[in-house]
Design a protein around this ligand. Structure first.
Ligand SMILES: NC(=O)c1ccc[n+]([C@@H]2O[C@H](COP(=O)([O-])OP(=O)(O)OC[C@H]3O[C@@H](n4cnc5c(N)ncnc54)[C@H](O)[C@@H]3O)[C@@H](O)[C@H]2O)c1
Length: 429
């Protein structure tokens, strides 16, 4: 990924900072006081500066308000690489020692999924502000306990849901909520790739340490590593949580000793019957990755950064001719009818949401926002609830796959039962 940060001023100018926008994306308010904090710094400790952690460090290195004061890892090559980005950082090999360092204001937890919970709880108890990568917890109970701990100590808590700060997604949601695409009936999300998802291992005993994503002890595979981002888009678009989920998963191609599925399909259903799907196949990349939001007036694909209206100019003459010929042919076959003839032969290239094809996502702004929140000590509304619910949905989907049952969203994990169906209003959570 490109590690040039999005310019914050351009970003806010482009979005217009309208009050309606703030109502739908209240976490952006974090930037409104940034001028007053120009001379202040946030001293950060990075726990687990592996692949993702070092991407974060490359962004933080470009933020004058962020000082990468310490790093902690249990793997020397990660420490060596991280020191190339932050040569003055103090090095720890046990995260508890980093947490004891009173000069550190905030930590980034960028370790494998199974370790997040304990590091998070210890960090909160040590009085640190915390950015924790997604999926926040390994189980739904861990996620709830993390949320409650954050409420108890009243610290800053951000999660690694960068789409919340991505101009493509923010604009998309503004248009969806204004009704530009009509009534949204379904959201289809998928993340396909064609590779084994493995990293090279320098020696065999490091296999699980390096390829932790492939083993059940550390990760729940595609559901926790990928679905977490995409399910959040559906609930953001519809402003509510699904009621039930069903799914299936298998290892169908990469039979190489991994324990997590390489092929999953899940369906989440809302109280009014609307549906959201997440699927991931990692032996075919043709359709890539997308969240398709389907309304009766149009479709939006935020990842691609494009939208398409249902009504477009008539098809070019040649395609129109084929279409008409096929339809007339099918009309002569009584039992077939025309239902499976092409609906339309129109070519619809759509429009770009933000003027041009975007080159970066919202990660740099998410980190800027975290730094800003640490300095002002103001937790922006809903930012953590979005990460919490994304985690619960991923884990519930995983459980539905494992049990082979249709699962209902348990009341226990609804942060505020009354407000659960309208997650925009988490004021009283
Ligand atoms: N938001 C996103 O788009 C995104 C993208 C990639 C990864 N992630 C998340 O970031 C996290 C890390 O993923 P990654 O790809 O960087 O993994 P990684 O394996 O590249 O890095 C993890 C690092 O943590 C270190 N580590 C492991 N246990 C530790 C411990 N107890 N104390 C200190 N260090 C420890 C490892 O040695 C390694 O350097 C995961 O939670 C992952 O889901 C998020």
């Amino acid at each position: 990924m490109n590690n040039k940060p999005i310019d914050r001023r351009d970003f806010l100018k482009e979005l217009g900072m309208a009050s309606a926008l703030f109502a739908a994306t209240p976490w952006l308010s974090v930037f409104s006081e940034s001028k007053q904090t120009n001379n202040e710094k946030c001293r950060l400790g990075i726990i687990g500066p592996g692949s993702r952690g070092r991407l974060h460090m490359s962004f933080l290195a470009q933020n004058p308000k962020a000082e990468m004061a310490a790093i902690c890892d249990i793997y020397q090559p990660s420490i060596d690489e991280a020191l190339k980005i932050a040569p003055k950082a103090k090095v720890y090999r046990d995260y508890r020692q980093l947490l004891d360092d009173k000069s550190i204001d905030a930590v980034l937890i960028v370790t494998p999924l199974n370790t997040h919970y304990q590091i998070f709880i210890d960090a909160c108890e040590a009085g640190k502000q915390v950015f924790c990568e997604k999926t926040i917890g390994f189980t739904m109970d861990e996620c709830l306990a993390m949320y409650n701990k954050h409420k108890e100590v009243n610290n800053i808590f951000f999660t690694g849901q960068q789409r919340l700060f991505d101009p493509r997604y923010i604009k998309t949601m503004e248009m969806v909520h204004q009704g530009v695409f009509g009534e949204i009936a379904a959201i289809q999300t998928f993340w396909n790739r064609n590779n084994d998802w493995r990293r090279p291992v320098p020696s065999p005993e490091l296999e699980r340490h390096i390829n932790w994503r492939l083993y059940k002890e550390y990760s729940k595979g595609l559901m926790t590593e990928l679905a977490c981002h995409q399910l959040q888009i559906g609930t953001w678009a519809l402003n509510k949580m699904p009621e039930t989920v069903m799914g299936t998963g298998a290892i169908t191609f990469w039979k190489d000793g991994r324990e997590v599925y390489d092929n999953v399909h899940t369906i989440y259903t809302f109280d009014d019957g609307k549906q959201m799907t997440f699927s991931s196949v990692i032996s075919n990349k043709f359709y890539g990755l997308e969240e398709q939001i389907l309304g009766n007036k149009g479709t939006v694909e935020p990842e691609k950064g494009k939208y398409y209206f249902e009504n477009v100019d008539p098809a070019p003459g040649f395609l129109q001719l084929i279409n008409e010929w096929e339809n007339s042919l099918f009309e002569k076959i009584p039992f077939a009818g025309t239902s499976w003839a092409p609906e339309t032969a129109n070519v619809n290239n759509g429009e770009y949401i933000t003027g041009e094809r975007p080159k970066v996502d919202g990660t740099s702004l998410l980190l800027d926002a975290f730094v800003e929140a640490v300095i002002t000590h103001k937790q922006p509304a809903r930012v953590v609830e979005e990460g919490y619910y994304a985690a619960i949905l991923s884990l519930l989907g995983h459980e539905a796959i494992e049990r082979g049952e249709i699962l209902t969203f348990p009341d226990k994990y609804k942060l505020n039962y009354m407000n659960h169906k309208a997650i925009t209003n988490t004021e009283n959570v």
